[in-house]
Design a protein around this ligand. Structure first.
Ligand code: ZN
Length: 114
């Protein structure tokens, strides 16, 4: 079973589920504006710029959604709360701050240092 206290697991599942809803809501509300052709080149350039920003945001949200799904899967399989690199128990405070994290602070620092 998971190394975590059951009440922590429940709280984190609730947290992840609400993050998932938020991400889905963002993706839904962020559809391309449809067929409203801009009239002049400036407007077109601006529309394209906004679309590029929206596209970047969609990608980020998509990645976040995958990370959330991955975390929920890890909770189901009992792997959640364990560092994927060293296998230590990730402190609950870190999990509450960053529910989708898969590494302890030590390994995260090592990975980020390359
Ligand atoms: Zn670790």
């Amino acid at each position: 079973m998971s190394a975590m206290k059951e009440e922590h697991v429940h709280a984190l599942i609730a947290r992840l589920e609400s993050m998932k809803d938020e991400a889905r809501e963002l993706l839904r509300g962020d559809e391309p504006p449809g067929d409203e052709p801009a009239r002049d080149p400036d407007e077109r350039a601006e529309a394209q710029r906004l679309e590029e920003i929206a596209e970047g945001r969609r990608e980020t949200t998509h990645d976040a959604l995958s990370a959330i799904e991955h975390s929920l899967e890890r909770i189901r399989t009992g792997l959640y709360g364990r560092c994927a690199r060293c296998g230590c128990a990730i402190p609950p405070a870190r999990l509450f701050a960053l529910p989708t994290t898969t590494h302890c602070t030590v390994c995260q620092a090592i990975l980020e240092a390359g």
